[in-house]
Design a protein around this ligand. Structure first.
Ligand code: GDP
Length: 607
């Protein structure tokens, strides 16, 4: 198969979408900006901005992020006009809503169908029945995988079914600005009739301007009456053809498989009327249906291609994650080389797990994809900083200066209960005016998800002593804006806390975890010592970098990665999803199940 001709998605990038910038004496921006960046844009000195805000009793430094209202005020103060571009989906980067395809390239594409209806009316059964129905052969013999959607072929035409039923998922996608569905199948149980969620589903479909096909289910039941459902729905303006409307009603038994083929035909008829088209001759873009971290494979995402063709070697950005696709497969676990519009695929190769509802975009070059992912990662951090409600040690002093009495809730986790208690009593002895330390939990063991949730609910900070949280716990903490401070030496913990409380905290370097690997097998070699056959679970590990060994979350060694091999070759680094053999410098007591964590010290641009 010769390679398909494709145009880039970057042509959709408009100037407006790439703000902030100035046009004469007008600032065009689309979100929060750093003081230093705003100063550059308005051709002012940073001191002018800091002074202006100081006069309004707002203390900032050059690295603080200003919200959009403050930026507008500053523009007025400094005689600038301003325009805030509304954030609509992707203004930060590629403006997908501006994609225009040449009509000659547009080809018919399969419809994407979502099944909705009242609870227990048979949505799940219908999805399963359609999936396993043998209407036109299908691809038998494969072990299926759940990827959030699947395709069915009938009379040589494909239909894509989203396999999360109900309007919650449908609405969640819509609230993120994504319209995935072309046709809604409204399931109404013949024996139960129109119920509250039936009406809700109608409202959602109407709001999204998506046509409805009614599947009157459970017609195998005694007394099931399709006409009764037609009459009931009349009152909700869902009018059957014989009553002069245009809604197709199809009686089915999801349980027995009756009427399924007719229902699929009805979908095809509706789909033809919609004249659904897409352009296979462009780099793909679409929506992340679901994503998770898969053991041994790394981040794994299900994508629904909206437009374009995705190739199995493409560079893509999904949400803020970046990657070169390493494997692309369909719901039957079949490896695909390429996939066109309305196809659901599962891919591995991303550097982090995106969120369901994120968009994804494929790029011609690694550079373009990396740049966009970087921008999005940065934007995410800025938003998090800007809207952070979590408590930060470094913010405490400001609050104290504002005269608030602060109760600082603290959770202490340590490698054993003796040190947990030692940390507790030392922390409680810290005496800084205006601050009351309140230890709400002090116990032995690693930091768990329940610790993070407790911290999040009670606005607490977590101190870890001689332990390390897992990647999942770190992610959860990040999402919930819970600060975790990790220490190995008790006086360092106390010193840092006291300094923070007194407003003296000036960390210049901060530890950043680069990745974690799980030890899966052990070899002993007389020359090099213990070799840890490991699977990198997240991020990247590098030869010669600082690393520690964790057993059940407790640090048992800290030093360096001495050697690293993949298969038989020496390598410099290993990324998530890859296996490698490592040795630790001067350390041999490694066991299966241990975690090797790589870290580095990075400079913190302090605000
Ligand atoms: P959902 O909540 O809408 O996803 O409904 P389910 O698919 O879980 O179905 C609810 C119940 O109705 C289950 O006990 C099904 O076995 C049953 N059911 C679903 N479809 C049919 C059908 O066509 N006929 C009969 N008799 N029962 C059905």
């Amino acid at each position: 198969m010769s390679e398909i001709r494709r145009i880039s998605n970057l042509s959709a990038q408009s100037k407006k979408s790439s703000g902030p910038y100035t046009e004469g004496k007008k600032l065009i921006y689309q979100g929060p900006l750093k003081v230093s960046d705003l100063a550059k844009l308005l051709k002012l000195s940073e001191a002018q901005i800091i002074k202006n805000l100081f006069m309004k009793k707002q203390m900032v430094t050059i690295n603080n992020i200003l919200n959009t209202d403050t930026i507008a005020e500053l523009c007025l103060d400094f005689n600038y006009d301003f325009e805030l571009i509304e954030e609509s989906g992707d203004v930060l980067d590629v403006n997908l809503s501006a994609v225009i395809d040449p009509p000659k390239d547009l080809k018919p594409r399969p419809p994407v169908v979502t099944i909705m209806g009242h609870v227990d009316h048979g949505k799940t059964t219908l999805i399963d029945t359609i999936r396993s129905s043998n209407v036109a052969g299908g691809e038998a013999g494969f072990i299926t995988q759940a990827i959030g959607a699947y395709q069915k072929e009938i009379h040589g035409k494909k239909i894509t079914f989203i396999d999360t039923p109900g309007h919650e998922a449908f609405t969640a996608m819509r609230s993120r600005g994504t319209k995935v569905t072309d046709i809604v199948i409204l399931v109404v149980a013949a024996d139960d009739g129109v119920m509250p969620q039936t009406i809700e589903a109608i409202d959602h479909a109407r709001a999204a301007n998506v046509p409805i096909i009614v599947a009157v289910n459970k017609i195998d039941k005694l007394g099931a009456d399709v006409n009764k459902v037609k009459n009931e729905l009349l009152a909700h303006n869902v009018i059957a053809e014989e009553f002069g409307g245009d809604i197709i009603f199809q009686g089915v038994s999801a349980k027995k498989g009756t009427g399924i083929e007719e229902l699929l035909d009805a979908i095809l008829v509706t789909s033809e009327m919609l004249e659904l088209k897409a352009n296979p001759h462009r780099y793909a873009y679409g929506t992340v249906l679901e994503a998770k971290l898969e053991r041994g494979e790394g981040p794994k995402a299900s994508l629904l291609i909206e437009n374009g063709t995705l190739l199995s070697k493409d560079f893509i950005v999904a949400g803020a994650s970046f990657g070169k696709i390493r494997r692309m497969s369909n719901e039957n676990n079949k490896v695909l080389k390429q996939a066109g519009p309305a196809t659901p695929v599962s891919i591995i190769g991303l550097d982090e797990v995106p969120e369901a509802g994120d968009n994804f975009i494929a790029f011609e070059t690694e550079k373009e994809a990396k740049e966009l992912a970087f921008k999005r990662k940065q934007a995410k951090i800025d938003v998090m900083r800007g809207s952070s409600e979590g408590l930060k040690l470094s913010d405490l002093h400001q609050k104290v200066s504002d005269g608030e009495l602060i109760v600082l809730n603290v959770i202490i986790k340590a490698d054993n209960s003796g040190s947990a208690e030692a940390v507790r009593s030392s922390l409680e002895k810290i005496n800084v005016q205006g601050i009351k330390l309140n230890v709400i939990r002090a116990s032995a063991g690693q930091i768990t998800e329940s610790d993070v949730l407790l911290a999040s609910a009670s606005n607490a900070i977590i101190f870890g002593f001689n332990i390390r949280p897992s990647t999942q716990v770190r992610d959860l903490a990040e999402r919930n804006k819970v600060e975790i401070h990790l220490h190995r030496i008790i006086y360092a913990l106390l010193e840092q806390t006291e300094a923070a409380l007194k407003g003296l905290l000036k960390p210049e370097f901060e530890e950043k975890v680069t990745g974690q690997a799980e030890v899966r097998a052990i070899w002993h070699a007389s020359k090099v010592g213990t070799i840890a056959g490991s699977m990198v679970l997240s991020g990247v590990l590098k030869r010669d970098q600082s690393a520690r060994l964790l057993r059940d979350g407790v640090i048992i060694y800290e030093g360096k990665i001495a050697t690293m091999k993949q298969v038989k070759n020496d390598v410099k680094e290993s990324r998530a999803g890859f296996e490698c053999g490592m040795t630790l410098l001067n350390y041999n007591d490694i066991k299966e199940g241990d975690i090797i964590e790589g870290f580095e010290m990075v400079e913190v641009k302090n605000g």
